[in-house]
Ligand binder design. Sequence first.
Ligand SMILES: Cc1cc2nc3c(=O)[nH]c(=O)nc-3n(C[C@H](O)[C@H](O)[C@H](O)COP(=O)(O)OP(=O)(O)OC[C@H]3O[C@@H](n4cnc5c(N)ncnc54)[C@H](O)[C@@H]3O)c2cc1C
Length: 554
Amino acid sequence: MFYGASLMQTPSNQPPALEHYNLWDNDTPLREAALRVVGADMGQRLAGVGQSIGQPTFFALGRSANRNPPELRRYGPDGERIDELEFHPSWHALMMQAADMRLHNGPWVDDEDSAVSRAVRFMLVAQVEAGVLCPMTMTYGAYPVLTQSLVTEGGVFDGWRTPLASGNYDPRDLPGSAKGGLLIGMGMTERQGGSDVRSNTTTATPDQLAGPGHMYRLNGHKWFYSVPQSDAHLVLAQTPGGLSCFLVPRRLPDGNRNDIYIERLKDKLGNRSNASAEVEFDDACGWLIGEEGRGGATILQVGGHTRFDCALGSLGMMRRAISIAMHHAQARYTFGKPLVEHDLMKRVLADLALEMEGLVALALDLAQAREPQASDAEQRWARLLTPAFKYVVCQRGIGFVAECMQVVGGNGYIEENDLPRLYREMPVNAIWEGSSNIMALDVRRALERDPELISLLQERLAPTCAANPVLARAWQALAAQLQNPAEADMRVLTERLIDIAAAATLTAHGPQLVATAWSAARLEQAGGLYGSRSLAGAQALLLQRVWPEDDHDH
Ligand SMILES: Cc1cc2nc3c(=O)[nH]c(=O)nc-3n(C[C@H](O)[C@H](O)[C@H](O)COP(=O)(O)OP(=O)(O)OC[C@H]3O[C@@H](n4cnc5c(N)ncnc54)[C@H](O)[C@@H]3O)c2cc1C
């Protein structure tokens, strides 16, 4: 069959795919927020990251890793149980890159690194492929717990200290001490309960001695066990002393496989590059972390980090979605002019841009409060804000990506575009590591446990309230409502808390036009869908900051 030359011509009015640009240079809100904290040298390094991963090869790896999900091989050629996972090479390439960027341990092991810089890297990588963030965040969250308990000099897991602190990705199935790099997962959720881990039925009984650092035998199951190929998982199980946390390695220190059996891999809506399994423990060996009965507290320590990372992952994906939407809206013409010049579209895009301004600025404030050396007041603020931030970002982000898809029209719904993959990926961040209602209820719990938090917030917000009367009024009303909040009100109050905290950050650091727009649209006007709120004359600035008008695709 002969195709005429006309079919090979570049179609008119179809903007090219956006996959050749510096993810850092083109993101003014992120750059400004980060450079307030990290030095110029680190800024240069982040620009290098933005340049190196904003390339067609990386976007292609992300697509390919999702189109070719991992497969479970339960049996070897002789019928023996092997429970091995086979990943596409693109997954390994992405994991190598993520480990090299030290998303899994940077601030713990490198004095020049920081939680803020890592948060930026996390958001940048999320734009290319979010599946690898799951093993990265769990390993990051587990690091301090392990190095304060079992992975210590002279301990059973002494040999894990070097690989746990390394920047290598080592997918080989070997005992941890023989590897160049390690991954740690988490196993809490069972069939009968995920949010309520007290309902866990998996048991752990001392092999010989009981107590911290001793080996127990685990029997039971986990209904969700992501990254089952990890070198070990932190697993919750019932002991005589109550719910406890164990380090359950895939291979035992003597080299034998632990008795953990992968029943099947989950067939997921998104997050398809990453493996999530169901497993059974049949007298599996696990080492007790901390005291018996302290498992919930230990896992919550890890959860503080992973919950924050869920929000960062969602923010990264929102950023990729708005970049695609803006790139499209500047180049696509309807009714004689670019989409971005139509008044209603302008309003929608500027509202999306405003969302990024407030949430990204707050994300980096929070990252700073999560630095290993943060003050007590900062840590308490982060304790309150982290679940609130996870709830608001991960839940709002789902609609945000759908709105970006709307901007791109029919093409936005088609798999050749990255938007469908982003859209499928978003909801998982609102579910795992504690779903939305649980996060909102956790805010209430934090307030109950630390009633002084309201005066701490008051102190923190005082300077910005003095400068911003809209913020002052909103905070005054919320402070009263937070005194004794009803469970059923926790979603609305939590959302309000985040909008107020973001208003304070924007008021403190500017631009003032953006702070005013945020305060008017998020604190004064009734909520609604994107594009339904007036933006106080900040539209042009917001659009220019979110995606400078330029030809990025070169
Ligand atoms: C892809 C994927 C991978 C996962 N990987 C892991 C993993 O590696 N390790 C792991 O341990 N878990 C993992 N999970 C499980 C996840 O953490 C749980 O699904 C989640 O915590 C919710 O638990 P659940 O599914 O049992 O829902 P439930 O606890 O039954 O809750 C259902 C809904 O009810 C709401 N709810 C519950 N209690 C209340 C209440 N008191 N008031 C108001 N609302 C309430 C919840 O917010 C939720 O929306 C994974 C999940 C997914 C989707």
